[in-house]
Design a protein around this ligand. Structure first.
Ligand code: ADP
Length: 279
C-alpha cells in the first residue's frame, strides 16, 4: 500500500484512501468531561434556508422528549443559535474546559458568540483557524452526558463541513432544503458531499414550503409542492417533513424564545422517526 495525498482533505493517507473517496483520518477523541451518544450534523449547502432554525427546533424537540441535548454551533462566522435561545454573555470556564451555556429548558449550547464580549463582535479568520475552533468545541467543551449533540454547519461544502465529517463521530446528517430551484441546486451539492464522504443522510427537511397567513393561520403554497420529496427520491434519502414560513417562528427566534414554538413536526414526528433509525 502506498501513502498518498487525499484530494479531499489534503492530508497524507495510508493507502486505504487510494481512490480519494473515503478519508480514514482518526476521529477526535472525546474529552473527560463529555459523554455524547449521538452526533447529528445539520447541513444545507445554501445559506438562509433555515438550517439554524431547524437545528434549534430539533434540539427543542428532542429535549422536550426527555433526551439530554446540546447544540454545537459550527457556523463560526455567522452564529445564530445563541440568539434563538436567548443566550447572551460569555460561557464559563474553569481554565481547563469551557462549559456550554444552558437554555431555559436545559439545551446546552456552545457557539463562538458565547466566547465574545458582544454578540455583534466579529472574527476575521481563515478556514483552518475556523476549523480549529470547531474542533475545540468538541475537545475543550465540557458537554457532560448528552443523548444528542446537533451540529449546526455553515453554508457551503468547505472547511467546516469537511472537518466535522472527518473529525467528529457523526451518526449522520440532516439536510435542510427549500423549494426554490436555486436552493435545491446548492442543497444537492451538500447531499453529494455527504455521500462522497460516506456520511449517512438521516433525512431531508423542506423549509419555507408555503406561508402561514398571520390573520387566519391557514397555510398556502408559495413555490409549488413536492420538490423536497423529488430530491429525496432522486438520492434515495428519507423525507422527514416540511415546514411553512411562519411569522411566529421568526418572531420567537428574534426574541430568543424559539423553545416556545409549537411544532408537531419537530416535537413529535421527527424525534419519533430518528430515534427509531439505527445510526
Ligand atoms: P440559515 O441557518 O439557513 O442561514 P436561519 O435558520 O438562520 O437560516 O433562518 C434565516 C431567517 O429566516 C431567520 O430569521 C429565521 O427566523 C427565518 N426563518 C427560517 N425558517 C423560517 C420559517 N419556516 N418561518 C419563518 N421564518 C423562518
Amino acid at each position: 500500500m502506498q501513502d498518498s495525498k487525499c484530494s479531499t482533505c489534503d492530508l497524507e493517507q495510508k493507502g486505504e484512501c487510494s481512490d480519494n473517496t473515503q478519508c480514514v483520518l482518526e476521529k477526535l477523541p472525546e474529552n473527560d468531561n463529555s459523554r455524547i451518544k449521538n452526533v447529528i450534523a445539520v447541513m444545507s449547502g445554501k445559506g438562509g434556508v433555515g438550517k439554524s432554525s431547524v437545528t434549534s427546533l430539533l434540539a427543542c424537540g428532542f429535549n422536550q422528549k426527555g433526551y439530554k441535548v446540546g447544540v454545537l454551533d459550527a457556523d463560526i462566522t455567522g452564529p445564530s443559535v445563541p440568539k434563538m435561545f436567548g443566550l447572551r454573555g460569555m460561557a464559563e470556564s474553569n481554565g481547563v474546559a469551557v462549559f456550554p451555556s444552558m437554555s431555559s429548558t436545559g439545551v446546552k449550547v456552545m457557539s463562538l458568540n458565547l466566547l465574545m464580549p458582544n454578540e455583534d463582535d466579529f472574527v476575521i479568520w481563515r478556514g483552518p483557524v475556523i476549523s480549529g475552533a470547531v474542533k475545540q468545541f468538541w475537545t475543550d467543551v465540557a458537554w457532560g452526558c448528552l443523548d444528542y449533540l446537533f451540529v449546526d454547519l455553515p453554508p457551503g461544502t468547505g472547511d467546516v463541513p469537511l472537518t466535522v465529517m472527518q473529525s467528529l463521530p457523526l451518526g449522520g446528517i440532516i439536510v435542510v432544503s427549500s423549494p426554490q430551484d436555486l436552493a435545491a441546486m446548492i442543497v444537492k451539492k451538500a447531499i453529494k458531499m455527504a455521500l462522497h464522504m460516506n456520511v449517512p443522510i438521516l433525512g431531508l427537511i423542506e423549509n419555507m414550503t408555503g406561508a402561514v397567513c398571520p390573520h387566519c393561520g391557514r397555510e398556502f403554497p408559495l413555490f409549488g409542492t413536492g420538490k423536497g420529496k423529488e430530491m429525496c427520491e432522486k438520492f434515495g434519502i428519507p423525507f422527514l417533513g416540511s415546514m411553512p414560513l411562519d411569522p411566529q417562528l421568526s418572531t420567537l427566534s428574534d426574541q430568543g424564545r424559539i423553545e416556545q414554538y409549537q411544532s408537531d413536526l419537530f416535537m413529535e414526528r421527527i424525534p419519533w422517526i430518528l430515534t427509531r433509525q439505527q445510526f
